[in-house]
Write a protein that binds this ligand. Structure first.
Ligand code: ADP
Length: 335
């Protein structure tokens, strides 16, 4: 499903590319993951072999694609980009794998959405750099083994729980990317502002960081909207904090960074379902979204900031969620 976050036009995609850090050293935050990746890449370099396969898990916009690019860049190997939805048959994967050059880094985004038949082919490919190609049908069918060039697979997923265990087990390393702290997002904004040539003070950077939902992609997007606002209303000069706020409010981002869909989910949970518990699919229908989007994009952040709980009986709103919406709790108090 396409979320508002993915709906970037080509111009924005080009800007997003320009804002991507190119080395591990430039990559902000995620200290642990960076250290782990560095070790993996250094070991591969010493032994002059492709790095082990890497799985990157976490919500959209936290840097999975960027890290895949950095892995290729730092190991000086070419990078091939693909995605789960583009691999709908084992044949699609066979064509992709057999065209890789030795040591190439293959990035498969949304790897949990790959066809099942392709998944099974991938097991053997990851383990032995070999696939079996089926020719013919019925009793006369035979499989022809095909050797592949050794490669490094970098898989990305917003839903690591959906990956079958045999696939998960074949990655040498799984990195779980976490939402970023405010200070880290301020550094992302500072770096991006320099790239875009936007002059911004510390206070303005902090305001953007605070409203970025813990997500660098959102920080960069809000920065571009603030740049637009400054261009139109202040002749491009450094925006005042109140202008930063005005720009972000124009785009439906509230003071803690929740967007339209986040608030729709919270409103439904609190008002319509009286705080829950309510099942995921019922909640998704109430806001007119795919359950997958609600579960992998909206909920992780609401859970992380303590606005929503996931219980065996369904989703529940916390007193903090009531307070944020300014709704009185069932017992009559405004918690
Ligand atoms: P994902 O693949 O997880 O959806 P991306 O790698 O496409 O996320 O990152 C989205 C944007 O956020 C990119 O333009 C990138 O510049 C920026 N970004 C992500 N992580 C970082 C980081 N740690 N430091 C600086 N910029 C980042």
């Amino acid at each position: 499903p396409v979320t508002s976050e993915d709906a970037l036009d080509e111009g924005e995609l080009a800007v997003e590319g320009a804002l991507r850090p190119a080395t591990l050293a430039e990559f902000v935050g995620q200290h642990k993951v960076r250290g782990q990746l560095q070790l993996l890449l250094d070991a591969a370099r010493i032994q002059q072999r492709p790095a082990d396969h890497i799985l990157l898990a976490g919500p959209p916009g936290l840097g999975k694609t960027t890290l895949a690019m950095i892995v290729a860049q730092e190991s000086e190997r070419p990078l091939r980009l693909s995605s789960g939805p583009a691999i709908q048959h084992a044949g699609d994967l066979a064509a992709l794998l057999s065209s890789l050059t030795p040591g190439e880094v293959l990035f498969i985004d949304e790897i949990h959405r790959m066809a099942r038949s392709a998944e099974e082919m991938l097991y053997l490919a990851m383990e032995d750099f070999r696939i079996d190609i089926m020719v013919g049908k019925g009793a006369g069918a035979t499989s022809i083994p095909l050797d592949l060039a050794p490669f490094t697979l970098v898989g990305a997923t917003t839903r690591s729980g959906l990956l079958p265990n045999p696939l998960r087990d074949r990655f040498g390393f799984t990195a779980h990317l976490e939402y970023y702290e405010s200070g880290e997002l301020e550094r992302v904004v500072e770096r991006s502002a320099a790239v875009l040539g936007v002059a911004l003070g510390a206070e303005q950077r902090a305001e953007i960081a605070r409203r970025s939902r813990g997500t660098p992609r959102i920080a960069n997007r809000l920065l571009r909207r603030v740049r637009d606002y400054a261009l139109v209303h202040a002749g491009g000069a450094a925006a005042e904090v109140r202008e930063v706020r005005a720009a972000l409010e124009l785009y439906d981002v509230d003071e803690i960074g929740l967007d339209r869909l986040d608030r729709a989910v919270l409103e439904a949970l609190v008002r319509r379902f009286r705080g829950g518990p309510v099942g995921l699919s019922t909640l998704a229908v109430a806001v007119g979204e795919e359950p997958d989007t609600v579960e992998s994009v909206v909920e992780p952040y609401l859970v992380r900031i303590g606005f929503m709980g996931r219980t065996p009986r369904g989703r529940v709103a916390t007193p903090e969620a009531y307070a944020h919406l300014g709704v009185a709790h069932a017992d009559g108090t405004l918690k």
